[in-house]
Design a protein around this ligand. Structure first.
Ligand SMILES: [Zn+2]
Length: 98
């Protein structure tokens, strides 16, 4: 796990930024079923300010494509991405010097 939100309802497992595209994968807590987490992923374009692709294993996503879990994951990713990228860079530096 890369990051967990302060309310512990969103976990980010993978965050990749490349050519203005953000790819984020993680788990988001279900609001109706306690203890259940949905596997959620979102691909977002910074250039177009647009969600290119998203997926989630909840029922709403099955019928409508988009759901609140994808929105929540993206929102947490926006706030956490600088911190996550910084930590990734730091770990790379440590790996290189060792
Ligand atoms: Zn969902």
């Amino acid at each position: 796990m890369l990051y967990i939100s302060s309310d512990k309802k969103v976990r980010i497992d993978e965050l990749i930024e490349r050519n203005g595209i953000l790819i984020v994968k993680g788990e988001v807590a279900s609001s109706s079923r306690k203890g259940l987490f949905h596997n959620t992923s979102v691909i977002y374009s910074f250039k177009r300010k647009y969600v290119i692709e998203g997926s989630c294993d909840c029922e709403i996503s099955r019928y409508y494509g988009i759901c609140k879990h994808q929105i929540r994951l993206l929102y947490v990713a926006f706030r956490a991405r600088k911190k996550i990228n910084k930590e990734n860079k730091n770990s790379k530096i440590i790996n290189n010097s060792s």
